[in-house]
Design a protein around this ligand. Sequence first.
Ligand code: FAD
Length: 287
Amino acid sequence: MIAANFEYESPSELQEALALISSRPEAKPLAGGHSLLPAMKLRLASPGLLVDLGRIRGLDYIRQVGERIHIGAMTTHAEIAGSSLLRAASPLLLQAASEIGDVQVRNRGTIGGSLAHADPAADYPAAILALDAEIVAMSTRGERQIRARDFFTGLFTTALQPDELITEVRIPVTTPAGTSYKKFAHPASGFAVVGVAAVVRTKGSNIESAAIGVTGVAPSAYRAVAVEQALKGQPASAISNAVEHAADGIEAMGDYFASAEYRSHLAKVFTRRALEEAEAASRSRRK
Ligand code: FAD
């Protein structure tokens, strides 16, 4: 398949990119191209102007700022999966990045592109939600921060305005809390049929708090709030009952591979696995 004709710009400055994107309604940023280019070839997207972000310096970093870690939008999945800073201070995003696609996809795909694309089967959204991350969006009108729980608004849709670029993602330091990402990958595409990210804090022998993000089940990723509430102050033995609520209030998607009922079932199974691993990691860190 061949994409429809388009113009191409490759600015070296962020401000230039923002001006180009705001100049035409049919302009679209290009990051790793691993979602946008296939969509263009299938004619599911036909942007009149592609604004390549690849030459802009300073959008590719992972650094700690106080109790938060700032990640530039053009940071690749491979850089996140290999980050020693994330491994030590906030490993959940790294755990999710390691599960994305294959080596080629991880070497080209970026966190900004993945979040902006908001594929219902993408891995990062579960982790971004469980981490209560902030997404920094910039346009010629200025900068704003969007909370993760306000960012994903539906199937392939986000709170971003058409002229806004994601420039940074901010996540908290989570250690000594335990984290885990567990995924049931589609055997053909590798995308998440279900993916569950968990951050668990323990106090003594009980769970002080749990934050759980679920991807793949619904049109957009969600927090399993009922499970989180059921676990507050409870021992780890409460996990098996609490996970029964992993798809509460959710209209699960179904397709020829996994029915809505099967996806809801997998949400419970993978929520339990992620919680058990995160809880054990938290306890062993506190020893
Ligand atoms: P692009 O494809 O360049 O852009 C995607 C969209 O985001 C476009 O609409 C673009 O305009 C917009 N965009 C890009 N950057 C920005 C920005 N900074 N601000 C605002 N908008 C922006 N993903 C998973 O999560 N899990 C998987 O298992 C998985 N498997 C894959 C397997 C294959 C074979 C392929 C091809 C892809 C797979 N992906 C998977 C998707 C992959 O992670 C993509 O890289 C990612 O979804 C998009 O990132 P990108 O940098 O390539 O963005």
